[in-house]
Design a protein. Sequence first.
Length: 380
Amino acid sequence: MQDISRLSSLLSRRTFLRGSSLGLGNIAFSSLLARDGFAHGATDSINRGARPDLPHHPPRIKRVIFLCMAGGPSHLETFDEKPELARLDGQPMPESYTAGQPIAQLQGKELKCQGPLTKFGRYGQSGQTISDFLPYHQKMADDLCVIRSMVTEQINHDPAHTFMNTGTAISGRPSMGSWINYGLGSESSNLPGFVVLTSVGGRNPQPIASRQWGSGFLPSQFQGVEFNSTGDPVHYVSNPAGVDRNHQNALIRTIRKLDSQRNELVDNPEIAARINAYEMAFRMQASVPELTDLSGESQATLDLYGIGRKPTDDFGRQCLLARRMAEQGVRYIQVNYADNGNNPRWDQHSKIHLHETHARATDQPVAGLLADLKARGLLE
């Protein structure tokens, strides 16, 4: 009986060692496959950060790239032809158009109609209406869906931006990107699920506040992470002098331990968000420099976006970064237009001729992004 018991013990021990070692290996291997999207059911396992009960149906959309041209060319100079406005050019504004309407900073002044600054044509099999300010868009008319029914009662820049990004002019609501990040999670383990590309130049900074990509009442881990167009892509992502990756990793582990102990006492979701932010920042130290390095892109790709020449270089780089982020699994990418630093970006009350300037700066990069996404199968 003692021999049988001893044999059973050995067998059990060997079975445990063999099973556990292979089991751990399988778990690790499955994790790596899921991270790269190869494992069966990987879609569920790599949606990091999403609520476990969301989404309630399989999503058809894989990612969103939102190009926000703050103060870019007007809809009246791009896709929205107004023949009646052209006919009334230079004439007094009919009172029927302005009666009862809030007119910011123009109350009591003589108002005259301004006709379009360029010509319009019909393009593609769809007969899409596109102005001559956008020759690159004219070539891809059948790849565009122009929605003409969206309106807002907000007549000033900041409330209108807040309404567009959050659904209300009142501050404090989660932004579009935060909701999508909250519901679907991130496909990337080394990059945030929601990234915002911004830059500042010209007469005024962009009329965009950080609440446009804020998480509102959602946990802060779902807010947008801002990338810069110059210098370090993300503030403080680089280690200071004298700190290497091993030291930084040790610091992150210590902070995680302290935060975890604190969270056991108070159970605060913001502490979990803070832990996640520290760990994501550590992983971004390796992933972000590679992501923002465009040296591996072909000259044909750079030319497609208008990179390397004015006025398309700045916005072209942002659009190319958006494509690279989409390939890396970033769920929501918001790109905010910036000019070349010499022209005002918005508030063109008396300088509407600058619509053509902004159209030249954005037309080719946007068309290049769409063509590139289509060629790589990222629009499927």
